[in-house]
Design a protein around this ligand. Structure first.
Ligand code: NAP
Length: 303
């Protein structure tokens, strides 16, 4: 499908990175190094990785693009480890973007709904005012700015509520809790859009394929999540249904009942309008995607 495309995925062993790597069969060349091989906080490591990737892509007559899935994603731990969060999410993202730009390679960078304050009453558009509440959100916003400043073929794609077969996530947590407890309390006052990382990976590859055909200058922010919206409570009930468990065992509670070190946005639904206007296919509805995820990777969620 993407026969001319060469894709480098820093953070290739993460949740999203693994689902991008899983699509290697569709791409002429796909490299998805982990942080040991390609450390975004080490400029020499980034330069080495990008240089050898571009070299191989050019020799094979392919069009290279970087899709950055590397991030420090420990949202609560970031509150007391801001240096680490900024090193990876801000300066690291900037280093990858500047290196890609130096080699004339377009860059797609993944960011988050946590850049918004969460007080909107309609889905956030890319151009809406950002005001992150957490260290993680602030470090990701700083990364967006570094990336957009770095080169003239750069895309920032904000996503939200990501779950996949690899890594720890909400779906896996609910699966564990369902096994251990008769009832489970889940917050019902935070709204967002669950996003299956496999669907997101497919969307990002579509964008990557468009990026290598685009003439500079382009510096764009887009939003890409699963379709529709729910609360964590609604999401948990759907997970229980997929497990064949009674969703009534999920009880609703409020954020105040579950204080966490990092504040979460109460409302983080992202508008996919700009994504559609860019000619990209919207991801399917979150509920349909969850069913597909259980069909494809049910064992991984139950591990
Ligand atoms: N998960 C969500 O709900 C969510 C929501 C919105 C946006 N996002 C964004 O989506 C993207 C992918 O997230 P994810 O869920 O796939 O996160 P993840 O599973 O935590 O993966 C992130 C990857 O980044 C790597 N990484 C960390 N430090 C690095 C470094 N110094 N150099 C290179 N790689 C490094 C990690 O590798 P090591 O573990 O080996 O260090 C890890 O494999 C991120 O940009 C994240 O901010 C995620």
């Amino acid at each position: 499908m993407y026969r001319q495309l060469a894709v480098l995925v820093p953070g290739g062993h993460g949740q999203l990175g693994s689902d991008l790597a899983a699509r290697a069969g569709e791409v002429a060349l796909l490299r998805a190094p982990g942080s040991g091989e390609f450390d975004v906080t080490e400029p020499a490591s980034v330069d080495r990785g990008v240089a050898s990737f571009v070299d191989d892509a050019v020799k094979a007559g392919l069009r290279p693009v970087v899709v950055n899935a590397a991030a420090y994603t420990a949202v609560d731990a970031a509150e007391t480890a801001p240096d680490r969060a900024y090193a990876v999410n801000a300066r690291g993202a900037g280093t990858v973007a500047r290196t890609a730009a130096a080699y004339g390679v377009p860059m797609v960078h993944v960011s988050t709904d946590y850049v918004f304050p969460g007080d909107s009453d309609r889905p956030y558009r890319p151009e809406d005012q950002t005001a992150p509440k957490s260290v993680y959100g602030k470090s990701k916003l700083a990364g967006e700015r570094e990336v957009l400043d770095a080169g003239d073929l750069t895309w920032v794609v904000r996503t939200a509520w990501v779950y996949g077969a690899s890594g720890a996530n909400f779906v896996k947590t609910m699966v564990k809790l369902e096994r251990r407890h008769e009832t489970v309390s889940v917050v019902d006052d935070q709204r967002g859009s669950p996003t299956w990382s496999a669907d997101l990976a497919a969307g990002l590859l579509d964008l990557a394929a468009a990026a290598v055909r685009t003439e500079p200058p382009v510096r764009r922010v887009l939003h890409c999540t699963g379709g529709g919206e729910t609360t964590w409570y609604g999401f948990a009930r759907a997970v229980f249904s997929e497990l064949g468990a009674d969703p009534e065992r999920v009880r609703s509670c409020s954020t105040a009942d579950f204080p966490r070190p990092a504040p979460r946005p109460a409302y983080s639904v992202l508008s996919g309008e700009a994504w559609r206007e860019a000619g990209l296919t919207p991801l399917r509805g979150w509920r349909e995607a969850l069913a597909a995820a259980f069909s494809a990777s049910g064992d991984a969620f139950r591990e």
